[in-house]
Design a protein around this ligand. Structure first.
Ligand SMILES: C[C@@H](O)[C@H](N)C(=O)O
Ligand SMILES: C[C@@H](O)[C@H](N)C(=O)O
Lengths: 159, 159
């Protein structure tokens, strides 16, 4: 019997960077990520939601050791494209529900978010695919979040 | 020799829904997705970026056939949590660069976004993992975007 959720993963070796209030026009995402690539800064969990007004925010995670470089490069880009600025946060972690077919199982994100709510954990960023639902939370909340998710999805009530 | 980018995927059978201006406090994401799950509405590409002020937007994709149900459920939730409202769009498609180890290859998103910029395609939403970089664009832009990405990443300059 194939489980939809296989495992819970977590990673506190990441930091968040966000370029805020970028013009929402073609070419801007390229302007953000080309210099990062040229600087050899690996990027994970790129997230851009829908625009607000004519601007958008582009957020991404980097390994903590690349944060300084990522901020420096991003500030230069922000000036060039007329963005509002650059925000960053090192006190974060990412938690992933890992599995398969999650797009056909809405109970997976529903339960994951309910469990985090039950732990009074605020969800900072969310990104999902058919194979993983990833939440960014405060690093202080990672341990108990992972424990609670593991208890429900792996131990007590496998999905 | 293992390629980092294996293929280009696309899907125009999706519609976008966004619950706008939700309070950014624990339990809100659960309030959005539990009713959708109870209504049997599958959700893909959930995206929530960093908050702005004390509010955030939660966007997600559904198969087009579930859009009506998703909007109805989401509007009820929006009222309950004091959100600003619900936006939706059917004239979209998602395009994915599919591969492996993409978090260590920042040239992949840099090139993907540059190619879309070269086609004057505006990128509406972005979500990435180590295995895929997915962009939401207007449905009218999907065909030429996929062609251009395929020409570069698969035919002419495999990564
Ligand atoms: C905001 C940014 O993604 C912009 N829409 C672009 O296409 O590059
Ligand atoms: C916005 C929403 O994700 C909220 N932060 C929550 O934790 O539920």
């Amino acid at each position: 019997e194939k489980f939809v959720v296989h495992s819970i993963a977590h990673d506190t070796g990441v930091a968040k960077v966000a370029v805020l209030g970028v013009p929402d026009t073609p070419g801007v995402a390229a302007k953000v990520f080309v210099p990062l690539s040229e600087a050899g800064v690996g990027v994970e969990m790129i997230i851009q939601s829908i625009m607000r007004g004519q601007v958008n925010d582009i957020a991404f995670l980097v390994r903590k050791e690349f944060l300084g470089e990522a901020i420096e490069v991003s500030r230069r880009t922000a000036r060039e494209v007329g963005a509002q600025g650059v925000a960053f946060d090192t006190e974060i972690g990412k938690i992933s529900l890992v599995g398969a077919g999650l797009a056909n199982h809405p109970e997976a994100p529903a339960r994951m978010f309910s469990i985090l709510a039950g732990e009074s954990v605020n969800i900072d960023m969310i990104s999902s695919t058919s194979m993983a639902i990833t939440c960014v939370v405060s690093s202080a909340d990672v341990e108990r979040s992972v424990k609670a998710l593991h208890r429900s999805f792996i131990e007590e009530n496998p999905l």
